[in-house]
Design a protein around this ligand. Structure first.
Ligand SMILES: *[C@@H]1O[C@H](CO)[C@@H](O)[C@H](O)[C@H]1NC(C)=O
Length: 117
């Protein structure tokens, strides 16, 4: 039987153009002195990232920018802290960053897509 080689070049080239998105649940937290060593306030565009992500990223993850998308809105925020009790790729946002995505009264949101800038 004659077997044709399968063309995979298209997959390889498109994969480099689109970063895989991480899916997270997100909420607001009250920032202070984060593990990255800086104080942040609710008006700063910052986040705490889930411990599994924080701990496994090749150091340093501190001060990396992420872009988070939710229901057609997006925000650019800087990682300043580690969320010890967040599973998966979940995020805690400052109120400034959270309210760029959704009304703050939403409290918790599900299905935020994010990746490093
Ligand atoms: C996100 O929230 C949903 C709804 O509560 C839950 O089923 C899911 O397990 C959560 N995922 C993570 C990673 O926390």
């Amino acid at each position: 039987m004659f077997v044709r080689p399968i063309v995979i070049a298209l997959f390889a080239s498109s994969a480099t153009l689109v970063k895989a998105q991480l899916t997270a649940n997100a909420t607001v937290y009250t920032p202070g002195l984060g593990v990255c060593g800086v104080y942040s306030s609710p008006s700063d565009y910052i986040i705490a990232v889930a411990a599994p992500i924080f701990d496994s990223y090749p150091n340093p993850i501190c001060f990396k920018h992420i872009i988070a998308n939710y229901q057609g809105r997006s925000v650019d925020a800087i990682i300043v802290d580690r969320c010890a009790d967040c599973p998966g790729a979940n995020l805690h946002f400052s109120s400034a960053a959270f309210s760029t995505l959704v009304d703050q009264s939403a409290g918790h949101i599900y299905g935020v897509q994010w990746n490093y800038e």
